[in-house]
Ligand binder design. Structure first.
Ligand SMILES: [Zn+2]
Length: 108
């Protein structure tokens, strides 16, 4: 299987009428198809084997997947009761004047 690094299209193979423009040792080679389109084709395995995904795309897809998981987790009902509980246990901040006065009395 081949995947284009430019447009992301996947091909079963290089068409017979496609012209190969690069002759490098790299696995990615540029072809001009019969319709004039330029495709930079890289050999990939079938989508079933996840270990050989193109390295340019997998980190972004993983990030998007992680973000969607986080969004689901934050929408769980458990997270809604937490702020109420925390509000009740949070100690009230004493006015600074009280502490300042106590400190003043202690010194003098
Ligand atoms: Zn392409």
């Amino acid at each position: 299987m081949l995947k284009c690094a430019i447009c992301g299209r996947e091909f079963d193979g290089v068409p017979d009428d496609a012209v190969r423009l690069t002759h490098t040792a790299a696995r990615t080679n540029v072809y001009r198809f019969s319709d004039g389109a330029i495709h930079s084709l890289r050999k990939i395995r079938s989508p079933k084997s996840e270990s050989v995904l193109p390295p340019l795309e997998s980190p972004r897809e993983a990030t998007e997947l992680l973000q969607s998981v986080v969004e689901v987790l934050t929408e769980l009902p458990q997270s809604q009761s937490e702020p109420i509980k925390r509000e009740a246990t949070e100690p009230e901040i004493e006015p600074m004047t009280t502490m300042a006065a106590a400190f003043r009395n202690f010194k003098s």
